[in-house]
Write a protein of this length. Structure first.
Length: 439
């Protein structure tokens, strides 16, 4: 099955425009591609972008930045193909406004602190914060350095963060009015009347969550013994183009090294974030690592899991695992994952609108017997009741170790697509709740 077989997710079906405005704070990589996503599917009647400063010499320079991209080409080509006309028109310098694919877009340049942005004046009730700066849901609205809650003070009713939450004390739970959501994974956990601040997790967590979900749904959480993952990840704008002197008190010297010339080991919060969207994984020993490589987008998750077999005569092999993903991609997860038996390289994945693309040819599985000395076991539990340990004896358990490869376009195709779906779903529920209250 080819991953290119899926139709364009926005233009191939009739879309329902939300009768409300969308605010976007920040116009970096994800902010810009969030604009692309929502103008392409015409999700909202108007988009208000806050960049908090002047950019270039005119509004035309901002439009030029939005319309062209070194990774994905031009917006007009993305929307209309090679023969399409310009996607941006009706630029009005005095109003800082334009139309993109027929959608009115206004650009705000005055304020960087969320509490000072004119969301209330602009009639914006839903904001996607793509600045990458404000990630702690605990920070108060009036913080001098800015905060997510500042958007609420400025008039927004819901704020979606295009990154994982980052709290000062990770041992503490996130505030009750905050939640991490990945559309298609834990939608049911969202309570419109309760949650005001929503994290869309990260690109890696999004891909990982769908790879894990298919296995969890098939085997059940109790079958998982251990899991670990490595993401071989494209560069991000937080890295250095050329070597530079580290900042004072910097702990990781590798962050100051050139992204063009190096494979760089780094960290990822995917394991922690996964526990927020799939709580069952909190009870599984899980490790996550990240390696940055010099490509502009197109990343891959390599997931290794240990699964307890049902019995000695029915071991889990690679064909069974691939069948799980093949069925999911053709069935209940068809809107989120793809399965392929082709051999891909990272550039093949660019622009592909799947949270995860399973590379079936690389799936590995090997079953062995784990022998546990009962005399050395920490605890013996039968039917949830602790039992006295025998002093001798060996418990034999058939365990399959499996390795699954999942590609993802960490910018537009995977992450911005799923984040956009989350945004639209929240908008629909917010508008529905608001209408019921008004009635």
């Amino acid at each position: 099955m080819s991953i290119e077989a899926k139709d364009h997710p926005y233009l191939s079906e009739k879309q329902e425009m939300m009768p409300m405005k969308l605010g976007i704070n920040g116009l970096g990589r994800i902010g810009k591609l969030t604009v692309w996503h929502h103008v392409s599917r015409k999700s909202f009647k108007e988009i208000i972008i806050n960049i908090g400063r002047n950019a270039g010499g005119s509004l035309d320079d901002v439009a030029h930045y939005i319309e062209r991209d070194s990774t994905y080409g031009s917006l007009s080509r993305y929307l209309y193909g090679f023969r399409g006309n310009r996607a941006i028109e009706e630029l009005k310098e005095n109003e800082n406004s334009m139309r993109i694919h027929g959608i009115p877009v206004k650009v705000l340049t005055e304020h960087r602190n969320p509490k000072d942005i004119g969301w209330r004046h602009e009639g914006v009730e839903l904001v996607v914060d793509c600045s990458g700066v404000f990630r702690n849901p605990e920070d108060p609205a009036g913080s001098e350095k800015g905060s997510l809650r500042g958007h609420l003070e400025a008039g927004a009713r819901k704020v979606i963060l295009s990154a994982p939450f980052k709290m000062k004390d990770t041992s503490q739970p996130i505030p009750e009015d905050a939640i991490t959501l990945v559309n298609g994974i834990n939608n049911d956990a969202y309570v419109p009347t309760k949650h005001q601040i929503i994290s869309g997790a990260s690109c890696t967590t999004t891909c990982l969550a769908f790879i894990i979900k298919a296995l969890l749904d098939h085997f059940g959480a109790d079958a998982f013994l251990t899991a670990s993952m490595v993401t071989v990840h494209a560069v991000t704008s937080s890295q250095e183009i050329l070597d530079r002197l580290p900042e004072a008190n910097a702990e990781d010297m590798r962050k100051s090294r050139s992204v063009f010339n190096n494979i760089i080991l780094t960290t990822t919060g995917a394991a922690e974030a996964l526990g927020h969207v799939i709580p069952e994984m909190k009870n599984v020993g899980f490790m996550a690592e990240s390696v940055r490589v010099p490509v502009n987008t197109g990343s891959i998750v390599i997931l290794a899991v240990s699964i307890q077999n049902e019995n000695f005569h029915n071991s889990v092999d690679r064909n069974r695992i691939n069948e799980i993903y093949r069925d999911a991609a053709q069935g209940y997860l068809s809107n989120y994952i793809s399965y392929s038996d082709y051999q891909h390289v990272s550039s093949d994945i660019i622009g592909t609108v799947s949270a995860a693309i399973i590379e079936g040819r690389e799936t590995r599985a090997s079953t062995g017997i784990i022998r546990v000395s009962l005399g050395k076991a920490c605890k013996l539990v039968i039917d949830d009741a602790p039992q006295a340990k025998p002093e001798t004896g060996v418990l034999e358990i058939p365990v399959t170790q499996a390795v699954i490869y999942g590609w993802y376009d960490n910018e537009l195709g995977s992450f911005s697509h799923i984040l956009g779906q989350t945004t639209v779903e929240i908008a629909k529920q917010f508008f529905k709740t608001k209408t019921v209250i008004q009635d």
